[in-house]
Design a protein around this ligand. Structure first.
Ligand SMILES: Cc1cc2nc3c(=O)[nH]c(=O)nc-3n(C[C@H](O)[C@H](O)[C@H](O)COP(=O)(O)OP(=O)(O)OC[C@H]3O[C@@H](n4cnc5c(N)ncnc54)[C@H](O)[C@@H]3O)c2cc1C
Length: 436
């Protein structure tokens, strides 16, 4: 079968791209191994809620129209929203079609999907950034008597054995799971490395309102000093779960969760934690305050000081000076380890040598490097800091669909290089090429 473009994955990113391709009358199909919103149906724990407010769940041609714009969508709400969106945009989704390989050929790409072979001139990879858990190598040293789970296998505390739980990682996932497991009555120890502390609300507004208003989320990938670092930054210690609004380390400590440093090694069944927990927390507090300063300056410059409650600062993170540096995993105190150490994409089916050593596609703002006609969408800080979140797909899909359209036009007449091929199609405000 021949089609102009193939989009792989029917999450929000693939659906947004489908809408953009339809707007440009580009013939395409969306191949999805499960159902629309498959990751949300099969890979998220049931109590999860978006940490971004409902009003921010915007996609091309769609904005939140419910009666709780300040609320946080549960997983079922995300599934329903994406299923509705797929119908709204008439996305040509083929469900239960798993892509096995994608190969570059002279006319474009060959896509092996289930038992079919498809040919396309362009391929958009929208298979998600979080298909696999990024579990560190030291996991192999956990004694076999201990149950280990990842956020992809965790459902609820009921699946865990009785006894203490060590949650490794204090990003949004780690603090949310630590909180929920602690509420089930199990003693929880949370191992904290580098993390991002932000308050849920500041001066009466949700923190995502501030992140958007100050322009932080709109910062472009080609303007960020350390892009690799930005793309690997842990998610902020936030939750959308009602009744658990504060999930910073002070709140968790007050609830009785024990905080320890970064898990560095496990030697002979003994977990060893970094002694730099206090420094790590000072740094996170500093960065939070730096952002709050930026927020205050923006509010003043925008003439909003009279409308908003006055600026204030949050208590520094309290670190127990006697926080343990070791925990014996053999003595029965800990029965479960939760690896909340992040996610990574699964691109093992891509039969083109384009991955870096961390398994990520090499790309320039979503235009895959070294494979004309291949695009990727839905990765953290793909084109702006907002790309990490659902609403970022709005502008990302617009830019990439524009590039794809130019690419196809250029291929129609190879003797006349298109504007995109000459690198002039999409330029930054400062004149530098945005996507090449
Ligand atoms: C725990 C967690 C909480 C999050 N919370 C928020 C939040 O609060 N707010 C927010 O904005 N974002 C949040 N995100 C981030 C973001 O929304 C998700 O990463 C989002 O699911 C990514 O969307 P996507 O469309 O790129 O990928 P996905 O939703 O993962 O969709 C990819 C699709 O591709 C399919 N697929 C994969 N491989 C193949 C294949 N080989 N062949 C065919 N189909 C394939 C999958 O089945 C899936 O349906 C969260 C992410 C996680 C993991």
């Amino acid at each position: 079968m021949q089609t102009t473009a193939v989009v792989i994955g029917a999450g929000h990113a693939g659906l947004a791209m489908s809408r953009r391709l339809t707007e440009r009358s580009i013939d395409h199909v969306v191949l999805e191994r499960g159902e629309v919103a498959n990751s949300w149906r099969t890979q998220r724990w049931p109590s999860l809620r978006l940490l971004t407010p409902n009003w921010q769940t915007r996609l091309p041609g769609h904005h939140y129209a419910g009666d709780d714009p300040g609320g946080f969508m549960p997983v079922a709400g995300v599934v329903a929203t994406l299923a509705r969106y797929a119908r709204l945009v008439g996305a040509p989704v083929r469900t239960a079609v798993a892509v096995r390989t994608v190969r570059a050929v002279s006319q474009g790409f060959e896509i092996q999907a289930n038992d079919d072979l498809l040919c396309a001139r362009a391929v958009v990879v929208a298979t998600g950034a979080c298909n696999l858990s990024a579990v560190p190598g030291i996991a192999g040293a956990v004694p076999p008597s201990i149950t280990t789970v990842t956020p992809l296998t965790y459902r609820d505390p009921g699946q865990l054995p009785d006894g203490g739980v060590l949650v490794v990682g204090a990003s949004a996932t780690g603090v949310q799971l630590a909180n929920e497991i602690h509420r089930s009555g199990r003693p929880v120890t949370l191992s904290v490395g580098e993390h991002v502390r932000l308050p849920r609300t500041y001066r009466g507004r949700d923190i995502f309102w501030w992140l958007e208003a100050t322009g932080l989320l709109a910062e472009r990938y080609d303007e960020i000093d350390d892009l690799t670092r930005a793309r690997h930054l842990p998610s902020p210690q936030l939750t959308g779960t009602p009744g658990a609004t504060a999930t910073d380390l002070n709140a968790l400590t007050a609830r009785g969760i024990r905080i320890v440093g970064r898990l560095g090694r496990i030697t002979d069944g003994v977990a060893q934690f970094s002694g730099s927990l206090a420094n790590t927390c000072v740094l996170a507090d500093l960065k939070m305050n730096r952002f709050l300063n930026r927020a205050d300056e923006w509010a003043t410059a925008s003439g909003l000081d009279d409308e908003l409650p006055p600026p204030h600062r949050f208590a520094p993170t309290h670190v127990d000076p006697n926080s343990p540096l070791e925990l014996d995993l053999r003595n029965g105190e800990i029965t479960t380890v939760v690896w909340a150490t992040g996610f990574r994409p699964d691109l093992s089916w891509l039969d083109i040598p384009l991955l870096d050593r961390t398994g990520h596609l090499r790309h320039d703002g979503g235009v895959v490097t070294g494979a004309p006609g291949l695009y990727v969408l839905g990765m953290p800080v793909l084109r702006t800091r907002a790309s990490t979140y659902i609403h970022g797909a709005r502008t990302d899909s617009e830019a990439l669909a524009g590039h794809l359209h130019s690419f196809l036009s250029s291929r129609r007449d190879d003797t006349q290089p298109s504007r995109a091929v000459r690198g002039t199609a999409l330029r930054s405000r400062s004149g530098g090429a945005l996507i090449r």
